[in-house]
Design a protein around this ligand. Sequence first.
Ligand code: AMP
Length: 407
Amino acid sequence: MSGVSQVNAGRRADQPVLVVNAGSSSLKYQVVHPLSGDVVADGIAERIGEAQSSITHTQNGRTESDELPLPDHQAAIARALEFFTANGVDVAGADLCAVGHRVVHGGRTFYRPTLITPEVVEEIERLSTLAPLHNPANLIGIRAAQELLPDVPSVAVFDTAFFHDLPDAAATYAIDREVAAAHAIRRYGFHGTSHEYVSATAAEFLGRDYGDVNQIVLHLGNGASASAIKAGKAIDTSMGMTPLEGLVMGTRCGDVDPGMILHLNRVAGLGVDAIDALLNKRSGLKGLAGENDFRTLTEKMAAGDEDAKAAYDVYIHQLRRYIGAYMIELGRVDVISFTAGVGENAASVRADGLAELENYGIIIDPDRNAVRSKEPRRISTDDSPVTVLVVPTNEELEIARQSAELV
Ligand code: AMP
């Protein structure tokens, strides 16, 4: 950590960071100490702009909820600040080191945490064409926080940053070069903050230098992505120009033949918005089994639901394809880490995802795999040449660390 701020010498990295993750109608926040990882408070405002909004705030082990009209994100942050004040923390005053914002798309411009200036806001806005669902919402959160906390430096941490230096061969789609260049079409990758946090934690767990370790990280949540990290550098990832490519997700399709989209348009008569909704919201586990929540899906499967089982099989099939591809790309794999809601909790996904790979040096210990914990843990046998870990992700802490480091 570089310690004292260059932008505001009064702020210290041992002060907490307010981390803001703004979606189109929701806003998640957390106040966290970047050094210790201690969480002062966190909360979520939902259905912002609708008639029935709500906010839930947890601090000092106590959760408070409020149903109230929250016309916009600024109202949501203002209500969160009231919760803090009522609990004796002067967030609006001198207690914060920085506000760290999750920003989804940094394009080719942003590849490290960036102090938010009017020019940066303008550029994030320009990049909205690449992430029309996300960047505008992130910007609303940025503006709202700046309005309410004008004296606290705000920092943007980009989901794409970790994958900024993917090798050209991995980042390039095989389409007409000029068309690709004209429209900024390439693989950007997403969930970078999580892949970075988990891979760093995995190296630390092994007691090895980050730059010496070859890793596969499997971020399996509602959104899902895989990455291959060779000697500390990301060399491939499953999400592409948008967060739609790659693994099967809760409601997103992952890899499909682009010819299918032409067919849906020409033969099925679906327009671009209908195809967008189909692939983003009614595909993945939801499309296959009518259920995007993995826990419910496994319950249905246990009850004999055949669609749920078929969806699970497709999910595992696709996961194994990526694991296999990344093993070849890496040549030598030291560690495979599972993270996010499904990866951290669904032992069956970990077991089935890596089943029968003993010949490739991957041996899972079923007892270790069955353990439930919020700590990083090993699930491979002691003599498994490849170490397999479960590493709970913590994107908020990573954003807080990167923000504090910058200021
Ligand atoms: P995330 O996007 O990381 O919050 O992950 C959300 C996904 O994790 C949802 O599909 C949840 O159903 C799934 N999940 C959470 N807990 C469990 C669990 N105990 N077993 C299986 N899946 C879970």
